[in-house]
Design a protein around this ligand. Structure first.
Ligand code: OAD
Ligand code: ZN
Length: 403
C-alpha cells in the first residue's frame, strides 16, 4: 500500500476484504457486474483469446483472413459458411452455469445488483435464474435470428434445425441470409445496451470478471462509473491498465484515488473468496447445487422430449427440403398442412398468410378462418416489434460499432 502524495480521498490500497465490507455495510447497493467469456470457461465453453484454448487459436480449418473474420459482418455477408459451421458448436446447449453466475444471481436476490452486463452469448446468466431485466446481453444472443435483407424474424426452432442440417439459412421471403442476433464486428449493439448505459451513473461498485476488455464499446464501460467508484477485476490476467484515462490502476501509479482491486486467478476461486468474506459462502454453494440439480432435471426432460420429437422432426425436415425445391409442391401437398408442422419446416407466419392469400382454394391448405385471423394478428405484432426496433436504431445518438 502506497500513498500517492496527492492527498486523495483514500490512499489506502483497497482489497477484496474492503470490497466485501462495502457490500456488507450496505454502502454498495447498486452493483454492476461486467462479464466476459472467462466466467463460462469453467462450464466447458472456451473463451476467445486465451492462447491455445481460446476460440481464435482454433479456427485454422476455416482458412480465414484473420480469426476475428468469423464474426465480421462484411466477411459474413460474402462467406457465411464458416460462421454457420462454427455456430453448431456455439449454439447454447446443455451447459450449466458456474459458481460465478450463481454469485451474480445471489447479488440480485440480495437486492444489490443494479445490472449484469455480459458479453457472453451462452445465456448462462438466465439459466442461473437472473430475470431478463437484470441482464444486458451486450453482444446479443442466439435466441433470435433475422434476415439480413428484410429484417424478418425467423422461427427459432426452424433456425436451429437449419443450422444443424448444415445449410446456410435463407429467408423464406427474400432469400437473404438469416443471421442469429449475436452482434458481429461492424454491427450495432442491441438497443438495450444503450438504454442501460445510464446505469453506470448510479453504480457504487463495479465488478468485472473473465474478460480481456479488448472489445469496444463494452470495454469503455469500466470508465463510465464515477472516478471514486470502487472497481474489482477478477481475472487470470490484469487487463485494461492503460494510464490514458479510465484504465485500471491497481497499484496507484497514476490516479489520485485508490479504488481498483485485482484478484488474479480463476473467476470461481475469486468469487468463492469474496463470498466467504461476505459470509455468503454456504448460501452460494447451496444455490449452485440446487440450481444444477434443477437444470439437470430439465435437460433430461428435454432430451426425452427430443427423442419423441425426432421422428416427426426428421419427416418435417425432409418435407422442408422438398418445399425449398418446389413452391407448387408446398401449396398442394396435404401431408403437413397444420400449424404445428408449418412451424417445424420453418415457414414463417408472414409467408403462411401470404400463401393463404395466394391460394384461392383455402380449404386445400387446411387453414380455417379463425386460424387465418390469428395469423394476421401475430403478423401485426411482429411488424410492430420490428418498427419499434428500427425506430430506436435510427434515433439512437450513441450509435457505435463493436471494435
Ligand atoms: P476473451 O477471450 O477476450 O477474454 C477472456 C479473459 O478471461 C482473458 O483475459 C482470460 O485470461 C480470462 N479467463 C479465461 N478463463 C478464465 C477463468 N476461468 N477465470 C478467470 N479468468 C479467465 O473474452 P471476452 O473478453 O469475453 O465478441 O471477449 C469479448 C468479445 O470478443 C466476445 O464477446 C466476442 C469476442 O470477439 C463477439 O463475438 C461479438
Ligand atoms: Zn428476407
Amino acid at each position: 500500500a502506497h500513498t500517492n502524495g496527492k492527498g486523495g480521498v483514500s490512499n489506502e490500497a483497497p482489497s477484496l476484504k474492503k470490497i466485501a465490507e462495502l457490500i456488507k455495510s450496505g454502502k454498495a447497493k447498486n452493483i454492476i457486474f461486467m462479464a466476459g467469456a472467462g466466467i463460462s470457461t469453467a462450464a466447458g465453453i472456451p473463451d476467445f483469446r486465451s492462447p491455445g484454448t481460446g476460440l481464435y487459436d482454433n479456427l485454422a480449418k476455416y482458412n480465414l483472413p484473420q480469426p476475428e473474420s468469423i464474426f465480421e459482418i462484411r466477411y459474413f455477408k460474402k462467406n457465411p459458411e464458416p460462421f454457420f459451421e462454427l455456430a453448431r458448436e456455439l449454439y447454447p446447449s446443455k451447459f450449466l452455469p458456474t459458481l460465478t453466475h450463481y454469485f451474480i444471481k445471489l447479488l440480485h436476490q440480495k437486492n444489490v445488483l443494479l445490472r449484469c452486463f455480459t458479453q457472453n452469448i451462452d445465456t448462462l446468466e438466465q439459466l442461473a435464474g437472473l430475470p431478463e431485466e437484470a441482464v444486458v446481453e451486450a453482444h446479443g444472443s442466439f435466441s433470435k435470428a433475422k434476415c439480413l435483407d428484410c429484417d424478418k424474424l425467423a422461427d427459432p426452432k426452424w433456425m436451429k434445425e437449419t443450422v444443424f442440417s448444415g445449410v446456410v439459412p435463407r429467408c423464406l421471403i427474400c432469400e437473404g441470409i438469416v443471421k442469429p442476433c449475436i452482434t458481429f464486428f461492424g454491427e450495432n449493439l442491441p438497443q438495450k445496451f444503450f438504454r442501460h448505459m445510464k446505469d453506470f451513473d448510479s453504480c457504487d461498485l463495479l465488478i468485472v470478471a473473465g474478460t480481456s476488455l479488448q472489445v469496444q464499446p463494452f470495454a469503455l464501460l469500466i470508465n463510465s462509473v464515477t472516478f471514486e467508484t470502487p472497481r474489482l477485476l477478477i481475472n487470470r490476467e490484469k487487463v485494461a491498465c492503460y494510464d490514458t484515462g479510465g484504465g485500471f490502476d491497481f497499484d496507484g501509479s497514476f490516479s489520485p484515488i485508490r479504488r481498483d482491486v485485482f484478484y488474479g486467478g480463476s473467476c470461481d476461486d475469486g468469487i468463492l473468496e469474496l463470498a466467504e468474506l461476505l459470509g455468503w459462502k454456504e448460501e452460494l454453494l447451496k444455490l449452485h447445487k440446487e440450481g444444477h440439480e434443477l437444470l439437470k432435471e430439465e435437460f433430461a426432460k428435454d432430451l426425452a422430449g427430443e427423442k419423441v420429437d425426432d421422428d416427426v422432426d426428421a419427416l418435417a425436415a425432409e418435407f422442408g427440403k422438398k418445399v425449398g425445391i418446389s413452391e407448387e409442391e408446398k401449396s398442394t401437398s396435404n401431408e403437413f398442412n397444420d400449424n404445428k408442422d408449418d412451424a417445424k419446416v420453418g415457414i414463417s407466419e408472414e409467408e403462411k398468410s401470404n400463401k393463404v392469400n395466394e391460394n384461392k382454394d383455402d380449404a386445400k391448405v387446411g387453414i380455417s378462418e379463425e386460424e387465418k385471423a390469428n395469423k394476421v394478428n401475430e403478423n401485426e405484432d411482429d411488424a410492430k416489434i420490428d418498427k419499434i426496433e428500427k425506430g430506436e436504431a435510427l434515433e439512437d445518438k450513441h450509435k457505435e460499432e463493436t471494435k
